[in-house]
Design a protein around this ligand. Sequence first.
Ligand SMILES: O=C(O)CCC(=O)C(=O)O
Length: 306
Amino acid sequence: MDAAASQDLTIMDLTIMGRPVPPELVGDLAETDDRSLGVQLEERGYLLLRGVLDPAEVMEARHEVLRRLAAVGEIADPPEAAIATGRSLRAEREPDLGAFWRSVSEGQALRRVANGARMRAVMERLFAGPVAHFSFLWLRAMASGRASPLHVDHPYMNRGSDRLVTVWTPLGAVGRHEGPLYMVEGSHRWRELRDRFEGVDVDAQPGAVGHFAEHPVDLAQAHGARLLTTAFQPGDCMIFGMFTAHAAFDNASEGGKVRLSFDTRFQPAQDRMDERFSGPNPPAHGGKGYGCLSAAQPMTAPMLKR
Ligand SMILES: O=C(O)CCC(=O)C(=O)O
């Protein structure tokens, strides 16, 4: 276990949707080593890269986002502390919520991290050649008490390259009790998962979903798998494939600290790209643009409840 994680020993207290996660079900994500990234991705279903981005640039992006949220009354002063007020002026000040979230998601400092030279270098190392990324970016502000549901990404973005990968980047440090991302160990090899989700397209098939109905604890226990996580630092990122089951633990931060992160997608430059997420005006799901994201909704008091 790394030093940051051992100072942050809250494994006993991790919850998902309010349900405690038995400590024996939680494990540490493995850090990448010097071998080919492609081989390690194939092996584990994910890559944990430490310190590959510039921490100062990551913190600048974090502050850029927090200042925008503070301007609509959702983050208390000083914005750097990332404490949610539980109130929001977003809807009255920004009648087009999708346009507002797009403008935050296209902030210069954020895009310097998400689409800049350091990120590109990582991706070129992974794909051993030129890369391209979605213009769409999933920026997430997770209030205390919130978690992302367990899912695979394939059903949400499978109209382009089958070499597409997700890159998830914490905007600032994320301790184990602050809603870190987790990967379900070995899930990228589950036959049952492929049978269930391969070829499913949430925008083409009414009622289709990419998330699991089962509680992640039940699913992990049924497969004898662990939920792998870590304490993240600015500069770290995670890469994973379209069939690796993942989600976030509940953000159990005391005092209402918001967990900030973004995820985006990369692929080899020569591959076809999913048209929903590319170009200057990505239509995204249902043609709603950035309005399709739950983060586009005001972060108000009901969101602070489990
Ligand atoms: O950040 C989260 O809570 C979830 C991220 C996610 O689902 C993804 O990166 O695909």
